[in-house]
Design a protein around this ligand. Structure first.
Ligand SMILES: Cc1cc2nc3c(=O)[nH]c(=O)nc-3n(C[C@H](O)[C@H](O)[C@H](O)COP(=O)(O)O)c2cc1C
Length: 172
C-alpha cells in the first residue's frame, strides 16, 4: 500500500474477532517492521512480546478493563530495557520512550498494511501487566496493543478527527 494511503486507513480498532488469530507468517512481517525502527544511538532497547497462549492472555488481559480488549485473540507489548537506552549527557534525558513509541508506530503501520487491526493502549495497569510478564526492575512495558481482525460487522471510521493543518503548523 502507498504510504499516503496507509497513514489514512490506519485506525485504532476497538472490535476484535476472538476466533481469528493472526498467522505467524503475518506476525513475523509486522515484527520485522519493529526490528527496523530507528532508535537513539541505535541502541534498540526493545523487545516485542507476542502474547498468544490462553494462559498468558488471561493474565495480561486483567491489566485493562474493556470488553473489546478481552476479545483480542493476541496482544503485542513493547518492553523497554532502561539499561540499554541512550541518555543525553547534557541533561541526563533518557530517550527510551521515544524509541519505543517509534517502534510501535512502525508495528501498527505494518499491521495496517497487512489488514491487521491494532489499538495503542497506554491506560493499562502497569503493575498488573509487569507481574504477568515477570519483568525485571529495569524493564518496562510502554504500550500494549491487541492484534487481530475486526468482526465482520465492524464499521471503519470514515474520517479522522484531527485539528486542521493550519492549527498545528507554523511557518517562520
Ligand atoms: C500514546 C497513546 C496512548 C493511547 N492509549 C489508549 C488507550 O489506553 N485506550 C484506547 O482505547 N486508545 C488509546 N489510544 C488510541 C487513541 O485514542 C487514538 O490513536 C486517537 O483517538 C486517534 O484515533 P485513531 O488512532 O483511530 O486515528 C492511544 C494512542 C496513543 C498514541
Amino acid at each position: 500500500m502507498e504510504y499516503s494511503e496507509l497513514i489514512k486507513i490506519r485506525e485504532s480498532v476497538r472490535n476484535y474477532d476472538p476466533a481469528r488469530p493472526v498467522s505467524k507468517e503475518v506476525l513475523l512481517k509486522i515484527l520485522e517492521a519493529g526490528r527496523l525502527a530507528p532508535s537513539a544511538a541505535n541502541r534498540q532497547p526493545w523487545k516485542y512480546v507476542i502474547i498468544a497462549s490462553n494462559e498468558m492472555l488471561a493474565k495480561v488481559k486483567t491489566c485493562y478493563d474493556k470488553d473489546w480488549f478481552r476479545d483480542a485473540p493476541q496482544l503485542i507489548t513493547v518492553v523497554g530495557d532502561e539499561n540499554e537506552a541512550w541518555i543525553r549527557k547534557y541533561d541526563n534525558r533518557c530517550f527510551i520512550e521515544t524509541d519505543l513509541a517509534i517502534a510501535l508506530t512502525h508495528i501498527i503501520l505494518a499491521a495496517a498494511d497487512e489488514g491487521v487491526a491494532t489499538c495503542w493502549i497506554s491506560n493499562f495497569k502497569p503493575d498488573v501487566a509487569r507481574n504477568a510478564l515477570g519483568l525485571k526492575n529495569h524493564q518496562h512495558i510502554y504500550a500494549i496493543s491487541p492484534i487481530g481482525y475486526p468482526r465482520t460487522d465492524y464499521k471503519h471510521k470514515e474520517t479522522k478527527e484531527r485539528k486542521p493543518l493550519t492549527a498545528v503548523t507554523e511557518w517562520i
